[in-house]
Write a protein that binds this ligand. Structure first.
Ligand code: NAD
Length: 489
C-alpha cells in the first residue's frame, strides 16, 4: 500500500458528489491495493442511517459503475455513519467520540482528512467548529478538502478564507479543482517541458494564439438554484479555465515541487491584463441558451428550466480574450469559451503557430494551413499535431496531415478518473494539483470587473440555440483579430 493510515470525515455523505465520484474513486484505490487497510470513513449527513444502511448506500453507488466487485464486501466495512447537522453545536461532541474511537480501532495515528462535500455556505462554519471541538487538535496530520465554489467574488472569498485559516494552515487546505486531476491537463506540463521541439517555440515569436474550448451538451439539469446565482463565469472561468491558462502560460518551474509550480502559475494570473468594467465588451462575450436540438431531441431554453427565473440574466456561455502582460506572451491572445448545451461535450486546447515567413507553395490563391498542436482532454485523451506535407505524385502541392497520439491506445486501460487521482494526492499529502489561495485571489480579482459590468446591464438573452457553439458574438471576438475558432473535431 502507498497511503498512510487515515480517518476520513466525509461531510455530505449522502450527496451527489459523494455518490457519483468519491465512493467509486475510493473503491478503485482500494481495489488496486493502494489504500491502506488502516483507513476508515465516517459518513456525515443530516438524515438518520445505521452503519449498515450507509454501507449499502456506498455499495450501491460503487455497483452502479460496474467495477469488479470481489472486494466490495470488505471495502464497505471501513465505512461508518454519523447523523449530524453541521449547524448544530451539540452534535459535534458525539461525532468527536466516534472519530476518536475509530482512530484507535484503525490505528490511524491521529491522521485526519475532513472532506466537505456539501454546500459552500457551510465551509466556514464546519472549519471553525472542527477547531472549537478539538478535531484539529490531533497528533497526526490534518487536511481540509473543499469543493468549489470558493467564494462568489474576491471579498467573499477573502472572508471565507479567513474563517478556514483560523483552523487550518494554507498547507493543510486542499481546494479541489477537478480539472487539475485530469490526466491530459497534468500532461500539459510534460508536453511542454519534456520535449525539445515545443518549449523553444512556446512564446510570442512563434505562437499566434491559443484557444481553449470547454463544452457540455447538458443543460442546467437540477442545479438551477445554484446556477442562477453563479453563471458560467463564476462556475467555469474563475477556476477551471484560468487554471488551464496558467498551466499553458507558466514559465518552467525550477523544480517539480508543489511550491515551485504554484508560484509559476500565480505569476501568470498576476500578469493577466486587467479588464476594466468599461472595456469588458471588447474582451468578453456572454450567452444564454434558447431552445434547440441536441442528439436529435428538442431541448428547452435555459429560462424554461426548473428553478430558473423566466427573465433570467444568468449566462450559460462565456467567451473571452485574455492577454498576458509579460515578455513571453505579450501580443498573443488566449481565447477561452465554455458553455452549457453546446454542440459537443468537449475539452480541447488548440495552439496555433504563426505562419512561416514566406509561402513557397502558394498556388492559385491557396494558403498553407498553419501548424496546430491540439491537446484533447475530453472525451478522448491525446494530442494531434497538424503539419503540411507534399501531396504524392508529380506535383509540388502541399496537403495537411495530422500526427495523432491517443492515450487509450498506449495504456490499454481507461485512465483513472480525476477524483481518484486527487484523492490519492490528498491521502499522500501532495497539494500540487490543488488551488493555492493566491491563485483563487488573483482569479477573482480578474473576473470581478466582468461580473460587475454584466450585473449592471441586462443582456439580450437567449442569444444562442442549444446545440451550437454559442452566440455569433463569440465568433466575432476572434474575427476582429483575424482568427477563427478551429473546429473542435
Ligand atoms: P448535494 O446537495 O447533493 O449533497 C449535500 C450533502 O450535504 C448531503 O449529503 C446532505 O445531507 C448534506 N447536508 C446538507 N446540509 C447539511 C447540514 N446542515 N448538516 C449536515 N449535512 C448536511 O451536493 P453535491 O452535489 O454533492 O455537492 C457538494 C459540494 O461539491 C458542493 O460544494 C458542490 O458545489 C461541489 N461539487 C459538486 C459536484 C457534483 O458533481 N455534484 C461537482 C463539483 C463540485
Amino acid at each position: 500500500t502507498n497511503t498512510p493510515a487515515t480517518l476520513v470525515l466525509l461531510f455530505g455523505a449522502t450527496g451527489d458528489l459523494a455518490k457519483r465520484k468519491l465512493y467509486p474513486s475510493l473503491y478503485n484505490l482500494y481495489e488496486k491495493g493502494i489504500l491502506s487497510e488502516q483507513f476508515a470513513v465516517i459518513g456525515i449527513a443530516r438524515r438518520r442511517l445505521t452503519h449498515e444502511q450507509y454501507r449499502n448506500w456506498v455499495k450501491d453507488s460503487v455497483e452502479t459503475f460496474g467495477m469488479p466487485q470481489e472486494k466490495i464486501g470488505k471495502f464497505i466495512r471501513h465505512f461508518y455513519f454519523q447523523s449530524h447537522d453541521v449547524t448544530d453545536e451539540n452534535s459535534y461532541r458525539e461525532l468527536k467520540g466516534l472519530a476518536d474511537e475509530l482512530d484507535e480501532k484503525y490505528a490511524a495515528n491521529g491522521n485526519r482528512i475532513f472532506y466537505l462535500a456539501m454546500s459552500p455556505e457551510f465551509f466556514g462554519t464546519v472549519a471553525e467548529s472542527l477547531k472549537e471541538y478539538g478535531f484539529t487538535d490531533t497528533k497526526g496530520f490534518k487536511r481540509l478538502v473543499i469543493e468549489k465554489p470558493f467564494g462568489w467574488d474576491l471579498s467573499s472569498a477573502v472572508e471565507l478564507n479567513e474563517r478556514i485559516r483560523s483552523a487550518f494552515s494554507e498547507k493543510e487546505i486542499y481546494r479541489i479543482d477537478h480539472y487539475l486531476g485530469k490526466e491530459m491537463v497534468q500532461n500539459i506540463e510534460v508536453i511542454r517541458f519534456a520535449n525539445a521541439i515545443f518549449e523553444p517555440l512556446w512564446n510570442n515569436r512563434y505562437i499566434s494564439n491559443i484557444q481553449i474550448t470547454s463544452g457540455e451538451t447538458l443543460g442546467v439539469e437540477e442545479r438551477g438554484r445554484y446556477y442562477e446565482k453563479n453563471g458560467a463565469l463564476r462556475d467555469m472561468v474563475q477556476n477551471h479555465m484560468l487554471q488551464i491558462v496558467s498551466l499553458l502560460a507558466m514559465e518552467p518551474p525550477i523544480r517539480l515541487t508543489t511550491d515551485e509550480i504554484r508560484s509559476e502559475k500565480v505569476k501568470v494570473l498576476r500578469a493577466l491584463h486587467p479588464i476594466e468594467k468599461k472595456d469588458v465588451h471588447k474582451y468578453f462575450v456572454r450567452g444564454q441558451y434558447g431552445r434547440g436540438i441536441i442528439g436529435g431531441k428538442e431541448v428547452p431554453a435555459y429560462r424554461e428550466e426548473p428553478m430558473v427565473d423566466p427573465n433570467s440574466n444568468t449566462e450559460t456561455f462565456v467567451a473571452g480574450k485574455l492577454m498576458i502582460d509579460n515578455f513571453r506572451w505579450a501580443g498573443v491572445p488566449f481565447y477561452i469559451r465554455t458553455g452549457k448545451r453546446m454542440q459537443a461535450k468537449t475539452l480541447k486546447i488548440v495552439v496555433q503557430f504563426k505562419d512561416i515567413p514566406m509561402n513557397l507553395y502558394y498556388r492559385n490563391g491557396s494558403s498553407l494551413n498553419p501548424n496546430l498542436l491540439v491537446i484533447h482532454i475530453q472525451p478522448e485523451e491525446g494530442i494531434t499535431l497538424h503539419l503540411n506535407v507534399k501531396k504524392s505524385g508529380r506535383t509540388m502541392e502541399t496537403t495537411p496531415v495530422k500526427l495523432n497520439f491517443s492515450n487509450k491506445n498506449v495504456d490499454g486501460i481507461n485512465t483513472p478518473e480525476a477524483y481518484e487521482k486527487l484523492l490519492y494526492d490528498i491521502l499522500r499529502g501532495d497539494a500540487t494539483n490543488f488551488t493555492h489561495w493566491d491563485e483563487v485571489a488573483y482569479s477573482w480579482n480578474f473576473v470581478d470587473p466582468i461580473s460587475e459590468a454584466w450585473a449592471e446591464e441586462k443582456a439580450d438573452f437567449p442569444n444562442y440555440a442549444a446545440g451550437t457553439f454559442g452566440p455569433k458574438a463569440a465568433d466575432e471576438l476572434l474575427q476582429r483579430d483575424g482568427f477563427f475558432w478551429w473546429p473542435i473535431t
